[in-house]
Ligand binder design. Structure first.
Ligand code: DX5
Ligand code: ZN
Length: 219
């Protein structure tokens, strides 16, 4: 079953509680938390305090996507704040020792993911694929919601899915950026198991229907 992970980034940032209350009415499985530091990406969003404050407002799985220069200084804080999974970027300067970063996330008792920017080949996941719970394929350049899906991302999703199948791994493959009802079916058939949907859900006139339609693309 495909999981839908709406991003609160695309909602009104002065009313995140309202966005969470709205998501609680939908069949969304996860809440995608886009954390940006203005260094790794040209935008700034929110940190662990915001996550801790919204944690009591929903039972949904918290999927923290750290688009930051050095995730190491934030891992413990996000775990304490209630993140169920932390995804770090392969390209973050603080991930030079990526294997150690993954181990640290697991030592905090939560799941670990690794994200790849559009231009990064999935071959960099070769040695760590067995140690992660999720691979995140960025299908736009990170920093902003509402961008257009980059078509070559499909080839990367397929490649990760094939390698995982060959090795008998059951990791999640999450796709982030420009996913909509009109491309969700091909993203899912390429091998995605989690769809991030910012604009497509949070900015939709009817988010309940939008989540239903996205889930329908996986049936
Ligand atoms: C981009 C973020 C995405 C984004 C998705 O840097 O990681 O999660 O908010 O938004 P849409 O679905 O509108 O592309
Ligand atoms: Zn994201």
């Amino acid at each position: 079953m495909i999981k839908i992970a709406p991003s609160i980034l695309n909602g009104n940032m002065s009313d995140i509680a309202g966005t969470i209350a709205m998501l609680n009415k939908t069949e969304a499985d996860w809440v995608h938390l886009d954390v940006m530091d203005g260094v790794f990406v040209p935008n700034i969003t929110f940190g662990p305090k915001t996550v801790a404050d919204i944690r009591p407002l929903t039972k949904k799985f918290f999927d923290a996507h750290l688009m930051v220069h050095d995730p190491n200084i934030l891992l413990e804080e996000f775990a304490k704040a209630g993140a169920d999974l932390i995804t770090v970027h392969y390209e973050s300067p603080g991930c030079a020792h990526l294997d150690r970063v993954i181990q640290r996330i697991h030592d905090l008792g939560i799941k670990a993911g690794v994200a790849l920017n559009p231009a990064t080949p999935d071959s960099v996941l070769d040695y760590i694929l067995d140690s992660i719970d999720l691979a995140l394929v960025m299908s736009v350049n990170p920093g902003f919601g509402g961008q257009k899906f980059i078509p070559y991302s499909l080839r990367k999703i397929e490649s990760i899915a094939n390698t995982a199948a060959k090795r008998g791994l059951s990791l999640d493959i999450e796709v982030d950026g420009g996913v909509k009802v009109n491309n969700a079916a091909e993203v899912i058939s390429a091998g995605a198991t989690v769809l991030v949907a910012g604009t497509a859900v949070v900015a939709a006139p009817d988010p309940i229907l939008a989540v239903k339609e996205l889930k329908g693309c996986g049936k």
